[in-house]
Ligand binder design. Structure first.
Ligand code: ZN
Length: 276
């Protein structure tokens, strides 16, 4: 799986490279085929060193990326995701269940949040810096309401602790889209779909650290306690994920980017023991 992500990332880099030289108007298909042929031509060494130079420049430029710009990028990235994923329509059962569970949490802990369901059967949930939280049907099928609230509390933790903001900063500072915006100074960041797609690949590859996950688990547990939800539900949610890992390919974010669910379940059991 690691290898697969790496390949996806390499292709994404090559793809945006092509799109940039062709003025950003290259059709998806021709860009992909150029990406494939340039990789096949053994240009990996050259593009790697170019990337190193690019990365050094990006680190320098990153200091000038404001939170405001990052929020704008996060909003655009989320809008792109909602357009390209299978967003559950409002009357859909997944949308309605999620709305019922989250309606009292749209202004949670000083944050402005929005929740939507994706119809994909992936076991997945994610959050972005603009306060958008997305839950996939595959995860919703597995979890009862309390467990789902535990996962949602965990995702809110990633927003509250600004993990989503720092992940976006890291991904954006290394992106072709950022370079384009930096080149056209003064204007607000407005990214093309190809840039947003590339940003998604980078976000997928910049996983949260173990300490960020632990911090969000603790936040989730406190969230459950605060709202008088079941504090045991987080443990059982992780038990279910633990049972699933090994059976599935591991592409799902809940499994691949989050540390060992069994250990997290044990930790949640210990931490919740003192709480009612
Ligand atoms: Zn997480």
């Amino acid at each position: 799986m690691q290898k697969m992500s790496y390949i996806a990332l390499a292709c994404a880099l090559a793809l945006t490279g092509c799109a940039t030289t062709e003025g950003g108007s290259a059709s998806g298909l021709s860009a992909v085929s150029s990406a494939l042929s340039s990789t096949g031509a053994g240009g990996t060494g050259a593009s790697k060193s170019e990337n190193k130079v690019g990365a050094a420049l990006d680190v320098f430029k990153a200091a000038t990326v404001s939170d405001e710009e990052l929020k704008s990028v996060a909003l655009q990235y989320r809008a792109y995701g909602d357009r390209t994923e299978q967003l559950a329509p409002p009357k859909n059962k997944y949308a309605q269940r999620l709305e019922r569970l989250t309606r009292k949490h749209v202004n949670e802990d000083g944050l402005k949040l929005n929740f939507k369901a994706y119809l994909s059967k992936d076991v997945n949930a994610n959050a972005t810096a603009d306060g958008s939280i997305r839950v996939y049907a595959g995860l919703m099928d597995m979890m009862n309401d309390q467990e789902l609230l535990g996962v949602i509390g965990h995702e809110i933790g990633h927003v509250k602790h600004a993990h989503t903001m720092s992940a976006m900063r890291t991904a954006y500072m290394a992106s072709a889209g950022r370079k384009a915006v930096a080149a056209s100074s003064g204007t607000a960041a407005k990214l093309a779909d190809s840039d947003l797609g590339e940003l998604g690949e980078k976000l997928l590859n910049s996983q949260f650290s173990q300490s960020q996950e632990t911090e969000s688990d603790d936040y989730g547990l406190a969230f459950m306690q605060k709202h008088k939800y079941s504090v045991k539900a987080m443990e059982s949610a992780f038990r279910k994920l633990a049972a699933l890992s090994g059976k599935q390919g591991g592409m799902d974010q809940m499994l691949s980017s989050h540390p060992d669910p069994g250990a997290r379940a044990d930790r949640m059991r210990e931490k919740s023991a003192g709480k009612k």
